[in-house]
Design a protein around this ligand. Structure first.
Ligand code: MG
Length: 323
């Protein structure tokens, strides 16, 4: 099967969203913006050997490749609309492509995302998705909006994906049930799309936690020219990770929780006037939204206080692809 047959069979779709004027099949897609709306564009790449190991279930990879992009749109408060897919594959393995597209399509259907273009080439396995979302003009959530006195929140739990990796790599161990739950967090992250959209006009800043809390909240601190103090005891985590915090594996647990990466939760800030709205939002979305600390004055940097209120002397660092 050649490249064009692969595209024809697995990527081509009938146009679906009304603002799409021209979809797959021309040299480019044409979208007519809805009045009063802005587009948010983001791109993310998954590379074999770097972001996933050879032999990873293609269905899960299809899910994850799109999920990480939808997570970035969520962090901006955008509603996902379109995606473009560029893949490099070592061979024209049709079964692999079909499985990958099953995973991608299931998540795309869930969030009504339309695939409007792409490219395939032969090469080391590499999956690159560009996602396009929309939001009312001027309503995007930015990293630069946090103000001293704001509360800092995080959705869901942190550190599970990193703990799953540690377990898979033989650096830690958990019971079989926890292993399955942690594995799902690593392989099938759920982008917090509904939360991101609901945070428009509520959050003062937002970011998705993809490289670990310390690194990502650090971006907010820098962009907003503020300081931040986070309480370790307040950080939401799974029972499996919580148990390790009080054990001989505390260092590993701290690294997972603070710098693990691959969480795809949202970290956001909001003034105290929004406390009740955020509590109501957590109930409506059935998603824990946990206050973890407070925004402080510029120059204070990012501090994490341990269970006795003392600042950790050394913070585990975020994952750096070029580090
Ligand atoms: Mg991000």
């Amino acid at each position: 099967m050649n490249e064009f047959e692969l595209i024809e069979r697995h990527f081509r779709r009938a146009p679906h969203h009304p603002e799409l004027r021209v979809g797959i099949g021309d040299d480019g897609a044409v979208i007519a913006p809805s009045p009063g709306m802005e587009y948010v564009l983001t791109v993310d790449m998954l590379v074999e050997g770097r972001h996933f190991v050879a032999g990873t279930d293609p269905v899960r990879l299809g899910h994850k490749a799109l999920a990480v992009n939808l997570s970035d749109l969520a962090a901006m408060g955008a509603l996902p609309r379109f995606a473009l897919l560029a893949v490099a594959l070592p061979d024209a393995d049709e079964a692999w492509v079909a499985a990958f597209m099953r995973g991608l399509d299931a998540l795309a259907r869930q969030y009504d995302v339309e695939l409007i273009g792409g490219d395939t080439t032969r090469g080391p396995r590499n999956l690159c998705i560009t996602a396009i979302g929309e939001l009312p003009a001027g309503s995007a959530l930015l990293r630069s909006g946090a103000n001293p006195g704001d509360r800092i929140y995080v959705s869901g739990t942190l550190g599970d994906a990193a703990l799953a990796l540690a377990v898979a790599g033989g650096r830690s161990d958990v019971d079989a049930r926890s292993r399955a739950a942690l594995g799902r967090r690593l392989d099938a992250p759920e982008p917090r799309v509904a939360l991101g959209v609901a945070l428009r006009g509520v959050a003062s800043s937002a970011i998705d936690v993809s490289d670990g809390l310390v690194g990502d909240l650090g971006h907010v601190v820098t962009a907003s020219r503020v300081g931040a103090a986070v309480d370790l005891a307040a950080l939401p985590c799974s029972p499996a990770l919580r148990a390790k915090l009080g054990s001989a594996e505390r260092e590993l647990a701290l690294a997972c929780l603070l710098a693990g990466g691959d969480d795809y939760e949202l970290c956001f800030t909001a003034p105290h006037a929004m406390d009740e709205r955020i509590e109501a939002l957590a109930l409506a979305l059935r998603l824990p939204l946990t206050p973890i600390g407070a925004v402080g004055a510029h120059g204070g940097g990012l501090t994490v206080r341990d269970e006795s209120g003392r600042a950790l002397a050394r913070l585990p660092q975020a994952f750096d692809h070029f580090g």
